[in-house]
Design a protein. Structure first.
Length: 295
């Protein structure tokens, strides 16, 4: 069953109250506490000093939960400081953070693309191989949403193209695009740790000079690309649809995932005014929406 997870930061003084609020007012299915010093969810960048609380909270929800409503309820509670740190993530069916090194094996997508853990041997040296160490960022290829996007990238001609990976996570899609022939790729993510993971993986694959990564507030103005891929979640795909559509050149291509089959048509409708939408592709409960922007 698909899930999403919201990660928050709190203190020992208010963690229990925040937990109760998440369960009673936002519909969290479970809440877990982690010692922020031992397992930093919001790990600071090199040279930064951690200024927030000592407890990290993980709240689990059904994947169809309205994350905008949940965040607004948390804000309305007044239990956390204004501008509190949070992350919304798709959750693998298994606890991938503990099992990925044992169970993450090379995987093939389409006819020529392999995603290979950096600690394992390459099955086909002459294929298009992406060496990956996800670190703390989402994106291994094992989740259906990532797999759907990788298969789509492998199926199109990226030669000489500019690609934007909107919500780049580990950099898996961005690096795959470069390896598949893209001339330049731009990764955007709200999480600084994801940008570090993307750059590290790009260096591991020898393509760091072709990948530029930005926080949304730092990205260049009027940025557009031949191909845009966004593997995030249904709520931000709806909310940010004007921004995402604006990143695609006329006649350019867009693919989106992180969307459940029950959400796909609704999300697609936010894009039909500017794109010709392809038949929606499903894998288990998850879907990919793709299309071409009108010229």
């Amino acid at each position: 069953m698909p899930w999403i997870q919201i990660k928050l930061n709190a203190t020992k003084d208010n963690a229990e109250m925040v937990s109760d609020m998440l369960m009673e007012e936002t519909g969290a299915l479970s809440v877990t506490f982690l010692d922020a010093k031992d397992t930093p969810i919001f790990e600071p960048l090199p040279g930064e000093t951690r200024l927030w609380g000592d407890i990290d909270i993980l709240a689990l929800y059904d994947a169809e939960a309205d994350t905008n409503f949940i965040i607004s309820q948390i804000q309305a509670s007044g239990m956390l400081a204004e501008g509190f740190a949070y992350k919304v993530e798709q959750l693998e069916d298994k606890d991938w953070e503990r099992e990925w090194m044992d169970n993450f094996h090379p995987m093939k997508f389409g006819e020529r693309l392999w995603i290979c853990p950096s600690w394992r041997d390459i099955p086909e040296p002459d294929a298009v191989n992406v060496m990956l160490d996800p670190g703390l960022a989402f994106g291994t290829g094992t989740h259906p949403t990532t797999a759907l996007c990788l298969e789509w990238l492998e199926s199109i001609d990226l030669s000489g193209k500019t690609v934007i990976d909107f919500g780049c996570g580990s950099g898996i899609l961005a690096i795959a695009a470069i390896k598949l022939g893209a001339e330049k790729v731009i990764g955007i993510d709200i999480d600084p740790q994801a940008l570090l993971a993307s750059k590290d993986n790009a260096e591991r694959n020898g393509v760091a000079d072709q990948l530029n990564v930005y926080l949304p507030q730092d990205q260049p103005e009027n940025m557009i690309a031949d191909v845009v891929v966004a593997n995030i979640l249904a709520a931000p795909l709806r909310e940010l649809s004007p921004i995402i559509k604006g990143l695609v050149k006329p006649n350019g291509l867009l693919a989106m995932s992180g969307v459940l089959d029950t959400q796909a048509e609704d999300v697609a409708n936010y894009y039909r005014d500017e794109l010709h939408i392809d038949p929606i592709k499903a894998q288990t409960e998850w879907c990919r929406i793709s299309g071409r922007k009108q010229g």
